[in-house]
Design a protein. Structure first.
Length: 272
């Protein structure tokens, strides 16, 4: 199938351009550091060390996975248009949707491999430090699946930016701005609004919707300990159910679909 052929070629390009190695090294390095640093208090507190490690890696992943996704995808269309390879690809009997889907599968595989390596190191180090007694791998599996969903959302956003910008230099600058807004400035804005509102209507009605509207926040809430999620969602009134598990899952699964659809629509308008 053309989709898998394109995916295979994209994997070869990613390996040649060191994107695979870069993604793996980034995830592995930070995961090892956070796992070792977070393991110290678990014996004293009596908490499952794997849950502590998973929570620490969640804090890392909410910043790192969107960044890796955007870096993998920002030149997927603009780069080919600049190099002239896009016109050549469109000569073949393959649709633009198939080209985009092939790139997406390849980049998602790179991201998934990097996340799997990082989580594998986390589990291995945790078992080495604390033993394997009474450890549950369910939080790790949930983190892996939701990490793929989060990465897929930002891959789609990267393709959309690449198709709209049509120049790699412009696209690279935009993706950094998007990353800053989504994972840093968005939460700071919500926090400032909460402080200014002082428990008013915004906190009770609007805040829960805005919280889960951002896939990065939905990802964080899904993988945080239940007690922390309850504390964060407390006091938001009748709309608090929006911040529940169903709303979080809907957000993180819907974002990749929306982003890829918009990227496909933008790609259809690109002239090679």
């Amino acid at each position: 199938m053309p989709v898998f052929t394109i995916a295979r070629l994209e994997l070869l390009i990613a390996r040649r351009n060191m994107w695979v190695a870069t993604a793996v090294i980034m995830m592995a390095l930070f995961t090892v550091v956070l796992t070792l640093a977070g393991a110290a208090p678990t014996g004293t507190l009596g908490v499952d060390p794997l849950i502590v490690a998973t929570t620490s890696v969640t804090t890392l992943s909410v910043y790192l996975i969107p960044l890796i996704g955007l870096l993998l995808s920002f030149d997927a269309i603009a780069g080919e248009a600049e190099r002239g390879t896009l016109a050549l690809n469109l000569v073949y009997p393959v649709s633009r949707g198939e080209i985009l889907l092939g790139k997406f599968l390849a980049h998602l595989a790179v991201l998934g491999f990097a996340v799997a390596v990082g989580l594998g190191l986390m589990v291995g180090l945790t078992i080495w430090q604390s033993g394997a007694t009474d450890m549950s791998l369910a939080p790790v599996l949930k983190l892996f699946v939701t990490s793929l969903a989060l990465g897929a959302a930002f891959l789609g956003v990267g393709y959309l930016i690449s198709a709209l910008a049509r120049q790699t230099g412009v696209a690279s600058g935009i993706v950094i701005i998007v990353w800053l807004v989504c994972v840093v400035l968005y939460d700071l804005g919500l926090l400032g609004a909460l402080v200014a509102d002082g428990g008013g209507d915004f906190t009770k009605t609007v805040f829960p919707w805005l919280l889960v509207a951002n896939p990065a926040d939905a990802f964080r809430l899904i993988n945080m300990p239940t007690e922390a999620v309850s504390l964060l969602a407390s006091g938001v009134g009748p709309a608090g159910g929006v911040s529940g598990f169903a709303g979080q899952i809907t957000s993180i699964l819907l974002w990749p679909v929306i982003a890829l659809f918009l990227a496909w629509q933008a790609f259809l308008r690109v002239e090679p």
